[in-house]
Design a protein around this ligand. Structure first.
Ligand SMILES: [Zn+2]
Length: 255
């Protein structure tokens, strides 16, 4: 068993109302790849108070109108919060959570996202006084507008959306943002896998996810006491999604 822990809840495989492409099988295939290699930790649901750290009461009310969706989305936020807390304590973590969150802004949501898992997790640790400065790297194909909108104008959180279309410049940009955002006391990774060469983006090879995970791990160890975590965002090419996640997680677990 490696030191890295995986946050997972069986409810993430519920078929709540969403677009069919964002299917329970996404979590299932990743789960199969990671089981046995890492300790699995079961999170609790986030409280409404946690959700309201980022979202308006009207958005919360809207999601609550769909009880199953609300239950799973609250568990996803809880998984992100626990991932961040464990990372803060020095354990690298991967939040194998669903639904994704980076397209959820304070008062609106789209793109299969309902609550912004990443923004809530990071904001909670900052409000608790545990973190002063955080780097959020978003490697999903799609611009993480929700996370960007929430932290816009803040000096304590740098949100770096990597949008390079070409493979080498993408990896180069990850390295540059890890360096230019310094100093920070935690690195958080919004891990979408839809940049994969056989997925919608067509940019990255499977091994590139390991390289990205390693870059994050190496920088976290040298700059912020090893504090790093990743949570699942997009990624829709099911035949390789599990292996891509395994590749990233192996890299993130190194050092
Ligand atoms: Zn995406």
């Amino acid at each position: 068993m490696q030191q890295l822990k995986v946050l997972y809840h069986p409810k993430y495989e519920e078929d709540y109302p969403t677009a069919s492409v964002e299917s329970p099988a996404r979590v299932e295939v990743i789960c199969k790849e990671l089981k046995g290699g890492f300790e699995f930790v079961t999170p609790e649901a986030a409280t409404e108070e946690d959700i309201l750290l980022v979202h308006t009461s009207s958005l919360l009310k809207e999601v609550k109108g769909h009880p199953l969706l609300f239950e799973v989305a609250s568990l996803a936020v809880g998984g992100a919060i626990k991932s961040a807390q464990l990372a803060w304590e020095g354990n690298p973590t991967f939040g194998l959570i669903r639904p994704p969150g980076h397209h959820a802004s304070p008062g609106s949501h789209w793109g299969f996202c309902f609550f912004n898992n990443m923004a809530i997790a990071v904001e909670k640790l900052i409000r608790e006084g545990k973190l002063e400065r955080v780097l959020i790297l978003d490697i999903d194909l799609h611009f993480g507008d929700g996370t960007h909108n929430f932290f816009q104008g803040r000096s304590d959180v740098v949100v770096a959306n990597i949008q390079e279309e070409e493979r080498n410049s993408f990896l180069q940009r990850v390295a540059e943002d890890l360096e230019s955002a310094l100093p920070y006391d935690l690195i958080a990774l919004s891990a979408g896998f839809d940049r994969y060469c056989l997925d919608w983006g067509g940019t990255l090879e499977m091994d590139d996810y390991r390289v990205i995970g390693e870059m994050v791990a190496e920088k976290a160890v040298s700059s912020c006491q090893g504090r790093r975590f990743a949570i699942l965002e997009g990624g829709y090419y099911l035949p390789d999604l599990g292996k891509n996640a395994r590749s990233l997680v192996d890299g993130l677990a190194s050092y």
